[in-house]
Design a protein around this ligand. Sequence first.
Ligand SMILES: *Cc1c(COP(=O)(O)O)cnc(C)c1O
Length: 437
Amino acid sequence: MSAHTGSPSYGFETRQIHAGEINDAETTARVTPIYQTAGYRFSSFDDGEERFAGASSRRAYSRNDNPTNIVAAKRIADLEGGVDAVLVGSGQAAIAVTLFALAQTGDHILATTNLYEGTREMFRTSLARQGLSVEYVPADAPAEVWHSKVTERTRAIYTETIPNPLGDVVDIAALADIAHATGVPLVVDSTVATPYLCRPIEWGADIVIHSTSKWLAGHGSVIGGAVIDGGTFDWAANADRFPHLTTSPRPGVGSAVERFGAGAYLGFLRTVTILEYGPTVPPTSTFLLLQGIETLSLRMERHVDNALAVAREFEGHPALRQIHYPGLESSPYYPLTRKYLPQGAGSIVSFDLAGGRDAARVFIDALDLVTPMTHIGDVRSLAIHLGSTIHAKLTEEERLAVGITPGLVRLSIGIESAGDIIADLGHALDAVSAAGY
Ligand SMILES: *Cc1c(COP(=O)(O)O)cnc(C)c1O
């Protein structure tokens, strides 16, 4: 098999179809096959030893090295402008392994306050039990505040490009400056933006995370995650914080920095963290992911057009206290949207119903085309009341502290005919008004 990597001279639309593809010389299959195999035959005793030593470019085992998964990882790395990437079994797994490969017990992560609740739950529960502390700082806090929070145990600043569900777009370049001035990498979960709308590495991020279950796949039929290494962070210059990347693990073996160069972090992630924890994604899922990525740009154009049409249509509707969509000119995040998301502000639109939870019940139950469901980034339009589902484990006070008001309904706007989506949402809002909310 020979590798064809995407040429940087090709446009995004070309690379989403071709980057990372392999030419299977034996079968000449044009579409990347599902390499449904656990292992790879050793040609000899010495070949086995070399593969295990990582001295050979030939693979040993599919837990961390499967050709279908490698093609999709290289494609996503190419689209994000990173040096390399890995795929794992879910977005949650991607977040967990990213931090496991940066931090250990007693270490500290600084995060922006408003994040996807699954991430906050992991930070609050499982990572806390592993002895990792996460401290939240409002994304727009002055640089001095961020600087004052960094300790010698801080290992990363963590944020999202378009935080789910409020769309309070983050100033990535400003956070990158703070991170680099203090000697830690900036980690960005860019699931809601996708590499088509924003590439955080171009703005200074060092590590990018995706739930590939969302827009990258787009069809809502697989769960997966990806971690992309920008190759930008200087681990050797910050060796006191990251000795696991800069020192030799055992005699005769070089450090991750020596072995993998600019891709030191990703090399460690793949050959140690993922090899040992094993959060592997099945190549069958990755095959479906690849079918989705091929049409990412086309789908995103429709997603953002439809989301903007919905937000504009219902802005000021009497049943709504507020619409959260950073692509609206009235949004406080509109200036950051123009800077970071010139091709569109994503397709999460959140409705804050003035009548609170009871109004949300009427709204959800009146929907016909739009599916009540947890998930985002599907070609289908979806809706969910947050306080009773994703944020149900929090107290009312905790919910309000992160902007989850009683009437908040998150919409993931799909790629159906805009008029049909608007008609369905309009009729559900009419039902809310008719019920007296
Ligand atoms: C869904 C989501 C995740 C988790 O991804 P899964 O694939 O569902 O595990 C992480 N981050 C964001 C922003 C998400 O929307």
